[in-house]
Design a protein around this ligand. Structure first.
Ligand code: APR
Length: 308
């Protein structure tokens, strides 16, 4: 049996995720969007790239949800990005309507799938999707930490002029300016960066990681990041389909871990065929606990704009 992955929202992040996934040749793909014909166009274009790369992947586009039937994983990137003059709260309201509609359709047409949210504000949308679907947290969670830690890895590698393959980085907390990068758990060839870089350099890397999304938005002028977010969700999907038991930072609905409940928050999670198979808890210093608290507060204030 071939794996099947559906992507709801065939915009920049959705179609780039499809591209990364196609290269991995691990599943047939379906792109769904509300814009008439657009997902069919992108699917056909990708299909026509497959012979060039000798990739055996079937890619279909659709404006209706029946196409997602039998999906193993459904990735959700549907939504509207924040435009000038739009508050974070406005975004919650608009994307709440979209995500509610999307996940209700997923439950109707692919009720056994694992759902990975990418739409922002990410943790709030994961919380909403968990509440709307009633699924166990193992099967509905979000991508943010893989992207944030990849950004941090890139910045560490640039600073030390070493291969990114040697660099691991650890980021906890909500996806946003109050995320919690953990330098003492971030390593180069196993050595914590706290042994390799002075405090000011580490602080600059942490700050750049926190503002990583905004940095891209400012450079692009129009739209937000898509290559790295697409690659990040493709990595999570691969870990699931190949039952890798890979530990990746994910936005997961917490049930007491890190002293938090009834919130979706970025934590290290073990990803396998069952989705989030375990939430990994680590010891935090008082300073790190404080940073987690600030991240939680910011997130709860965004969540308070949900109408549940
Ligand atoms: N059903 C399906 N698709 C929808 C719906 C819906 N109800 N509402 C909107 N869409 C589609 C849009 O038509 C658009 O093609 O979602 C797509 C979003 O794509 P882009 O506008 O290109 O946005 P993108 O850059 O891909 O970001 C998508 O991911 O990283 C996050 O912050 C980002 O929340 C944003 C999301």
């Amino acid at each position: 049996m071939r794996n099947k992955v559906s992507i709801i929202g065939a915009g920049m992040v959705g179609s780039t995720a499809a591209h990364w996934l196609a290269i991995k040749e691990i599943a047939d793909l379906v792109l769904v969007d509300i814009i008439p014909d657009m997902p069919m166009g992108k699917a056909l274009d990708l299909t026509e790239a497959m012979p060039i790369e000798w990739l055996d992947v079937k890619i279909e586009g659709s404006n209706t949800y029946d196409a997602i039937e039998g999906s193993d994983v459904v990735i959700v990137t549907a939504g509207v990005p924040r435009k000038p003059g739009m508050s974070r709260e406005d975004l919650v309201g608009t994307n709440q309507k979209i995500i509610t509609d999307v996940v209700e359709n997923i439950m109707k047409y692919a009720p056994d799938s694992i759902i990975i949210l990418v739409t922002n504000p990410l943790d709030t949308m994961v919380y909403l999707a968990k509440k709307v679907t009633g699924l166990p947290r193992e099967r509905v969670f979000g991508q943010a930490g893989v992207l944030d830690s990849a950004r941090m890895r890139a910045f560490i590698a640039m600073e030390l002029n070493v291969s990114v393959e040697n660099v691991h980085a650890f980021v906890l907390g909500g996806h946003g300016d109050e995320m919690v990068p953990l330098p003492r758990y971030s390593t180069v060839a196993g050595i914590p960066i706290t042994h390799l870089l002075p405090k000011e350099k580490i602080e600059a890397i942490v700050e750049r990681t926190r503002k990583g999304g905004g940095e891209i938005v400012n450079l692009l002028k129009k739209g937000s990041a898509f290559y790295a977010p697409g690659a990040a969700v493709a990595q999570m999907t691969e870990a699931i389909l190949k039952d890798k038991k890979q530990i990746l930072p994910c936005s997961v609905y917490l049930e007491g871990e890190y002293g938090l409940s009834d919130i979706a928050f970025g934590v290290p999670a073990k990803l396998g065929r069952g989705g989030v198979e375990e939430v990994i808890e680590i010891e935090l210093t008082d300073e790190e606990k404080e940073a987690m608290k600030r991240s939680e507060q910011l997130l709860r204030s965004t969540m308070s704009h949900l109408k549940l």
